[in-house]
Design a protein around this ligand. Sequence first.
Ligand code: ARG
Length: 398
Amino acid sequence: MKKIKKIVVAYSGGLDTSIIVKWLKDKYDCDVVCYTADLGQNEPLGHIKEKAMKTGASAAYVEDLQEEFVENFVLNAIKANALYEDKYPMATALGRPLIAKRLVEIAHEENADAICHGSTGKGNDQVRFEVSIAALDPDIKVVAPLRTWELKSRDAEIEYAKSCGIEIPVTKASPYSIDRNIWGIAVECGVLEDPMNRAPDDVWSMTINPQNAPESPEEITISFDEGKPAAINGKKLSLLEIIKRLNKTAGSHGVGRIDMVENRLVGIKSREVYEAPAAVTLIAAHKALEELIFDRETLHFNSIMSSKYSELVYYGWWFSDLRKALDSYFNSLQGYATGNVRVKFYKGSISVTGKESPYSLYNKNLATYGTEDSFKHSYGEAFCYLWGLPLRERAANR
Ligand code: ARG
């Protein structure tokens, strides 16, 4: 094996990555550069650079990538109505390729020959990191200590940290494994591992318990401009600002809770609990707008494309030609996705209560049963005859 000279670590500052720097230096006798991205995980990152340097890093980067994340990753997901297995808005799956991209760029700037991530061997995130890194630079070596190291439990990690004099996060250990960014939070492990166990109250952090949500509903209007959320109640806002606001508003009505058993890429079924108030709201609103603007064939085809797109993103194929081609497909239709959608939040539920668009294909004169009806009813007879022709032929020939 070629010797590693310098390695860039995806560094979160949690227990695993706190000890990873020292572990890598011992194991490979190499320089370690730490990289931390702020994707809106809602954790104070002020101290993280200092902490990384203290444990032996030769350089540490902390970057706010929220803007890039929502503009170049989340927006694509909104236009594609991307929900893995029809439910999960993929906050984690969308975040990994962006982090991988920056890790590769920093590896190039720093002349590093390897990248290290803290994902385990049974999850999706290792795949997303490694496939993305390989797609961007197949020559970079990847090190994933959690798959192989001798520190098999949290206690073993704490012991190791103590023996090396590494300060470890003082916060009480969460019984869960959590990943969070601006597009949502994912919680797994602990009591959730039995799918029959009710998700306990302490799982939820972005949404209020729907039982305790306000007694009166709240309605807001979201405006879309060519598929991009552009305003709330007529006030123009950046996408990042819209997502932040919807996380608060929808969350305060208990909207955005998802509790599912999902199929991981590695074949395992896992119980996952998500909260994604803004994602659930924006995708529901965007879908409602598309009901109005797309003809039947486009709408039905779109949902097939949408589920394929979600699979690709979930499976770590962000940097594939197919994902890019599907984005072009969705973009080619979003020119019509301009208009307003009114949504109502009420005790954990979201409903669309109105929609309008200059490109609406809804024609009241055709749809009405009232006197303004302009539909030629007599055409119905020929239509039924022709539509049923193949079945009529089959029946005659039996
Ligand atoms: N199952 C989700 C996914 O694969 C979430 C994973 C989140 N990671 C975590 N450490 N909780 O996208």
